[in-house]
Ligand binder design. Structure first.
Ligand code: FAD
Ligand code: EPU
Length: 275
């Protein structure tokens, strides 16, 4: 286990966030020890707005055994189940490896820069599928124990889940369908196409959830808010629902921009705010 004080801006895709004590855990024993005091869990930091003051709690990051994965399938009750996939593993690597092996079920998650655990927590997805659709079982650490849950028990819905309080996803098994690399890559090309309008600059993905039947990006666009700026944070010119860091933006800049957008359109934040 490694314990160090870091600037969280180095651990978030938006590139924003102050100091915290980072506990990188490598075994279930480390996890038990780290969870003895108030904590937060960090995945790849791709859905977070972290305060410039940082956070007082321990920030737990899954390393070591929690990053191992086994995509070999076992037939069970007419379905095919993977081995255990560590929650600290990077989803983009998994999506590519599944494609290489011709396994279908994760294509819709192409382009989501998450860890498996963060993707489960947020029920990450695109219009081509959410991670909950492919889950068979989820192992969660809480109250000092590791417990197994079926996805139906975890309250998955659009960009949300109901993990037990303080729950840390430690590993999962997916239900995938044997296919061919060609067929899997064809589906991935559709997903890739749907992401073409998204910016490449530093961001935390879509800032707001889509209201039922509409698109937050479209609404921000028709209200003329693209290009709106606070300090070094700007509403992307490419896609209205992305706030981009032009270089050196602070959480304060980003939060001010969020508030300005919300003063015009009442949108629900998709990001989690820390601090
Ligand atoms: P973090 O941002 O680190 O954490 C998010 C939440 O999950 C926090 O509450 C954290 O405490 C919790 N968490 C993290 N790990 C665990 C764990 N092991 N156990 C329990 N809780 C945990 N999202 C989409 O849904 N669809 C998209 O198409 C999409 N596109 C994106 C594109 C870009 C360029 C970027 C930057 C982001 C995009 N996102 C998208 C948002 C983001 O990738 C997802 O919300 C993702 O699920 C966050 O995962 P993470 O590992 O980065 O989690
Ligand atoms: N639109 C505009 N102007 C904009 C942005 C979008 O007019 O500035 C229009 C588009 O032309 C389209 C509609 O709004 O007609 C929807 O836009 P898009 O296809 O880009 O999808 P989205 O609803 O904005 C959602 C997810 C993304 C996911 C894509 C692809 C949410 C909040 N966003 O975006 O997820 O990648 O679909 O499936 O659900 C995320 O959650 O962080 C995220 C990036």
């Amino acid at each position: 286990m490694r314990v160090e004080t870091v600037q969280l801006k180095g651990y978030t895709t938006l590139g924003v966030g102050g100091p915290a004590e980072l506990w990188t855990v490598e075994t279930p024993e480390d996890l038990k020890e780290a969870a003895q005091a108030p904590y937060r869990v960090l995945g790849n930091g791709s859905n977070l707005l972290v305060s410039d003051q940082g956070v007082p709690e321990r920030v737990i990051k899954l390393g070591g055994v929690f990053t191992a994965w086994d995509l070999n399938l076992t037939p069970r009750n007419g379905a095919y189940i993977t081995g255990w996939i560590g929650a600290g593993a990077m989803l983009p690597l998994l999506v590519q490896e599944a494609a290489r092996k011709g396994l279908s079920g994760l294509e819709g998650l192409l382009g989501i820069p998450a860890t498996v655990g963060g993707a489960v927590r947020m029920n990450a997805g695109t219009r081509y599928g959410e991670i909950a659709d492919a889950l068979e079982v989820v192992e969660v650490f809480h109250d000092g124990q590791l417990r197994h849950y079926r996805p139906e028990e975890l309250g998955f819905a659009y960009r949300t889940s109901h993990l037990p309080p303080g729950g840390i996803v430690t590993r999962v098994r997916f239900r995938l369908t044997p296919s061919t690399p060609k067929a899997v890559r064809e589906k991935m090309a559709l997903v890739d196409q749907a992401r073409k309008g998204q910016p490449k600059k530093k961001s935390a993905g879509c800032a707001f959830k889509n209201p039922p039947g509409d698109s937050a990006g479209r609404l921000i666009d028709v209200h003329g808010l693209k290009g709106l700026r606070e300090g070094q944070a700007m509403v992307s010119l490419e896609h209205g629902n992305f706030i981009v860091n032009l270089g050196g933006a602070t959480a304060r800049d980003v939060w001010r921009l969020v508030q300005r957008i919300r003063s015009v359109i009442p949108l629900e934040l998709e990001w989690e705010v820390w601090g």
